[in-house]
Write a protein that binds this ligand. Sequence first.
Ligand code: NAD
Ligand code: GLY
Length: 355
Amino acid sequence: MSDVQTISVELGERSYPIVIGSGLLDGGFDLCGFVTGTDCLVVSNETVAPLYLSRVLANLKGKNIATVELPDGEVHKTVATMQTILDRLVTSRANRDTTVLALGGGVVGDIAGFAAACYMRGVAFIQVPTTLLAQVDSSVGGKTGVNHPEGKNLIGAFHQPQVVMIDTSTLNTLPDRELRAGLAEVIKYGAVCDSEFFSWLEANMQALLAKEPAALAYAIRHSCELKAEVVAADERESGRRAILNFGHTFGHAIEHCLGYGEWLHGEAVAAGMLMATELSGIDTADLMRLQSLIAAAGLPVAPPAIDSDAWLRAMGMDKKVQQKQLRFVLLKTLGESHVTSSYDESCLRRLVGAD
Ligand code: NAD
Ligand code: GLY
């Protein structure tokens, strides 16, 4: 067992710890104390359950456990899949003191969290993220939800977990493509709010790709620290939290237009961050640094071919749109960002191939 690190997400009565370490699932951390009553529904998927469900069940020994296994993939991040969780809660006679535990990547976490937010108007929720992306981003901050055929993450709720337990050893089984997708969100933090972290990533990208434990542990911990700070300042995204959507207006449009799951979320965000950086009009040298880091992470540096009308229609469904006006997270410089509806329209049209 490596050192266990704990970061607190400070949200008053909704505050919770993010506990990070290698081997936590094997007894390094007892989840039982965070299960409010005696009953717990563990939600996982067909890929992750065979790998880790038995360890979670052993960790929860003494509790009354039901399980539900979802199909794998972004394409299943739907209201229909959430309904299967709600059905399981009903058939297992779950009450208001039942806890829902999500074991898996961001897709499982987002759907299970949304079910927990809805069932009986909200039951307790635990996140046990098993992808890099979920460990550095989606498990923290309480955004839960599902996709709609017309747009990504359009249906959801803010519902904070009781605890986020990150066992970094689960990354040993994560496919390389998924690891790279997670690195996109790690790079995002450096780009939007921490230039020193950006430089650290430039120096350590090969170690991260090689899954060197110390490098991964630091990248996960620091990403969680940055996210916890932003969420504590703006839980419901009325302002600053929107910077965490850097690249996502373009990225979500890519995911939607190609069909969910064709490009991974992190891949779409990577290409989207470069488009947003071009739209920002910052120094070419900084644009090139971001492009080099994204390329070094093995992520796409250009978007796929998408019809310009499809781009604009998909971006029109972005949750940052206000009064029908697109708003973007743009960089002032590497490590500093803002949300604005003031951008170069002709540059946007060029980026989406409309001119
Ligand atoms: P994912 O959940 O689809 O997981 C990726 C793949 O890895 C899946 O096939 C999964 O079954 C598999 N997997 C998971 N853990 C594994 C492990 N340890 N070993 C082997 N395979 C494993 O994708 P993701 O990248 O984790 O999450 C993407 C989702 O997260 C998107 O839907 C995105 O919108 C959402 N997201 C949400 C937030 C938020 O704040 N709620 C933030 C960022 C992204
Ligand atoms: N992934 C962006 C957020 O949690 O706000």
